[in-house]
Design a protein around this ligand. Structure first.
Ligand SMILES: Cc1ncc(COP(=O)(O)O)c(C=O)c1O
Length: 346
């Protein structure tokens, strides 16, 4: 049974717009923060890929706040959007159904008239019975209007829709990562780790916004580095700045964090063979499975910056925040077959 209650915010968050309600609880918390022995270096890893199963990854923490608002305002339908293999849409669909609401997903694809099949996240979207609306990348550019239009239609049919923006990235969703920051801060301090830098994948900015603001307000020595998987750095400084403002903070994004661009590769959700090879090598040398769309690219960015001895990292211990996304691997099976061809023994 899903219930919601007032969230007890950490003391350092007292100056922010009032703490919201939260669904108790969708995410398995706290997730482990553990040592990660990489061939190149010893670093630390925060296992937010382990927040759950169907509800795995970073989006679940945001959904605890977003769905509490949907439930407390009497909504019966949730509308959201993302790429065809969106982890956010899959997690939203599963959580909405568990909370007794009908999920509608706008999924962007080059060919909306073709059956997208049942690969990866789509299988779970279908299993939980989400209403799927396929749209072109051009339509996706006006996603907020598209979602509002459906909400109007549903409202006139007597429903009460709740719209969640791309990636769950607004001020309310960012509370999920303000709270995750507090969880990490306690783990870092409790184990006396001298972490100076934390790296996270950035797709719509809400995760990085919560972490960066949490680190700044709690006066932590840890600097958050958000590796873009789709857009240029300036886009995120603006988007994250907007979220910080809506949270009631006067901090500028540039002052509290670093956005790293240059690791998008061939584009959002497109993988080079080298990116997939790095995922395979990391899996076979450490047992940690990264995803091709977010964490694989962020990890590559982190390793390259480390190799370059980039001055962005301040020389202490490094923390990689694994935000999940494993189901996205399945869409890459044909490409992996080639990348792994030399490795297979049968
Ligand atoms: C696995 C994974 N990691 C990272 C992100 C990026 O998080 P954000 O959209 O908050 O920037 C996403 C977003 O969809 C994701 O699915």
């Amino acid at each position: 049974m899903i219930t919601f209650e007032q969230y007890a915010a950490p003391e350092w968050a007292a100056g922010l717009s009032s703490a919201p309600e939260r669904v108790m609880r969708l995410a398995m918390r706290p997730t482990p923060l553990e040592k990660w022995k990489l061939p190149a270096a010893d670093i630390w890893i925060k296992r937010d890929d382990l927040t759950g199963c169907a509800l795995s990854g970073n989006k679940v923490r945001k959904l605890e706040f977003l769905l509490a608002e949907a439930l407390s305002t009497g909504c019966d339908t949730v509308i959201t959007c993302g790429g065809i293999q969106s982890n956010h849409c899959r997690a939203t669909a599963a959580a909405a159904v568990a909370a007794g609401m009908t999920p509608h997903l706008f999924l962007s694809t080059d060919c909306p008239s073709a059956d997208p099949g049942l690969e990866g996240n789509l299988l779970l979207d279908r299993l939980v019975g989400a209403e799927i609306h396929l749209i072109t990348p051009e339509e996706y550019l006006r996603r907020d209007d598209v979602m509002r239009e459906l909400a109007e239609t549903l409202r006139s049919a007597g429903h009460r829709p709740y719209i969640i923006p791309e990636g769950g990235s607004n001020a309310l969703g960012a509370w999920g990562y303000l709270d995750a920051w507090e969880e990490m801060r306690l783990q870092i301090e409790g184990a006396h780790l001298e972490i100076t830098d934390a790296v996270v994948a950035c797709g719509s900015g809400g995760t990085a916004a919560g972490l960066a603001l949490g680190a700044a307000l709690s006066e932590s020595p840890v600097r958050i580095h958000a590796v873009s998987v789709n857009r240029v750095a300036q886009y995120f400084y603006t988007a994250i700045g907007g979220i910080l403002k809506d949270l009631g903070s006067s901090q500028k994004a540039e002052d509290v964090m670093d956005v790293i661009d240059g690791y998008v590769g061939e584009g959002y959700a497109r993988s080079t063979d080298d990116e997939l090879r790095l995922i395979a090598e990391t899996a076979s040398s450490t047992g940690i499975i990264l995803d091709p769309v977010y964490t694989g690219k962020a990890f590559r960015g982190m390793l390259t910056e480390l190799e370059k001895k980039s001055s962005r990292f301040r020389g202490g211990k490094l923390l990689f925040i694994h935000t999940g996304g494993m189901l996205g691997l399945y869409e890459k099976i044909p490409q992996f077959s080639e990348v792994l061809a030399g490795r297979r023994s049968v």
